[in-house]
Write a protein that binds this ligand. Structure first.
Ligand code: FAD
Length: 288
């Protein structure tokens, strides 16, 4: 289908993009890779009168690897995957990106677009949750930061106000004695997650001293599995412990059922993928 008519702007500066957002209010939509927005426009599920393309704003692209890593919101999956320094600092990021769509999707899709869109089946939200993500947001009141755990609010809904722009995402590196993994049960056609689980562990002298686990694909939004995390803390990093912690992992979650997977099936898969992601994170532990 063909989208309804729209005006197109491609500002070269962030403040120009913000001015346009304020000028057009609810009629405007920001355009990143377009891989989620354009399909919804073609189906006329979204009919913005104005598109504000962010591609010409250099401040929104780039990767800085420091004590933490900071990624400009318009950086594509392919650019992330190609950055050897970033991949060495956060190996789980490269491994996750290889699971996203296909090469064309990864060449256009952006980390910022994926997080701002908050598709319940997207992979990156779970990963950003376990890597302690911080999202930098620019709006009329200036710059603010939001922790990933507070960013994903509901189905396709985030803490972003309509007149705000996500500018950057900051993540923890995976350090010595730490390991992380993301595993998903992917829809065979789209590759989106029917259930995806990300896990992060720090293990010192055989004991788990820090852990974060997050699920995507199963409910209306990605979220931390805090019950599982509490069961793991100060326990030995062993397969039996992971299996026990994963039991009933989805019990307190609101789980979706649809034509691709029933609620009960997704619930069962959350448990399976939680256990497997924990085992994989332990297998990925980096030497101290
Ligand atoms: C065939 C196909 C397969 C895919 N498979 C997967 C998969 O397996 N796993 C997965 O996780 N994803 C998958 N995707 C999604 C894809 O990887 C992109 O992440 C996703 O489309 C959003 O990124 P984008 O840059 O295209 O955003 P866009 O589509 O341009 O934007 C999405 C939404 O975010 C808003 N937005 C964008 N940037 C900003 C910003 N900086 N600040 C505020 N709001 C903003 C836009 O206004 C829009 O509402 C797939 C997509 C396709 C088309």
């Amino acid at each position: 289908m063909i989208p309804s008519p729209f005006a197109f702007y491609a500002p070269a500066r962030l403040d120009e993009a913000l001015d346009l957002l304020q000028q057009y209010g609810d009629e405007a939509k920001l355009l990143a890779g377009g891989h989620s927005l354009l399909p919804t426009m073609k189906l006329r599920l979204a009919t913005p009168a104005v598109l504000i393309d962010l591609h010409k704003i250099p401040d929104l692209v780039g990767i800085t690897v420091d004590e933490r890593v900071t990624i400009g919101s318009m950086t594509t999956w392919s650019a992330l995957e190609a950055d050897a320094t970033l991949c060495a600092a956060v190996p789980v990021l490269a491994a996750t990106i290889r699971l996203i769509g296909d090469r064309q999707v990864r060449n256009r899709g952006t980390l910022g677009g994926a997080l701002a869109h908050a598709d319940p089946a997207a992979d990156a939200p779970a990963l950003v949750l376990v890597l302690n993500g911080t999202l930098t947001i620019y709006g009329p009141a200036g710059i603010r930061t939001v922790a990933a755990k507070d960013f994903f609010v509901d189905l396709l809904t985030t803490a972003l106000a309509p007149d705000e722009i996500l500018t950057a995402i900051t993540l923890d590196r995976v350090g010595p004695d730490e390991g992380a993994a993301y595993l998903k049960f992917a829809h065979p056609a789209s590759r989106y997650a029917l259930v995806g689980v990300a896990a992060f562990l720090r293990v010192e002298a055989g004991q788990i001293t820090a852990c974060r686990v997050a699920v995507t694909g199963a409910g209306v939004r990605a979220e931390r599995l805090t019950i599982v995390e509490a069961r793991l803390l100060h326990q030995p990093a062993q397969a039996e412990v992971f299996a026990a912690a994963a039991q009933g992992a989805a019990d307190t979650l609101e789980i979706l059922g649809d034509l691709h997977a029933s609620e009960a099936y997704r619930r069962a898969m959350v448990e399976v993928y939680t256990r497997r992601a924990l085992e994989a994170a332990a297998a990925n532990l980096r030497a101290s």
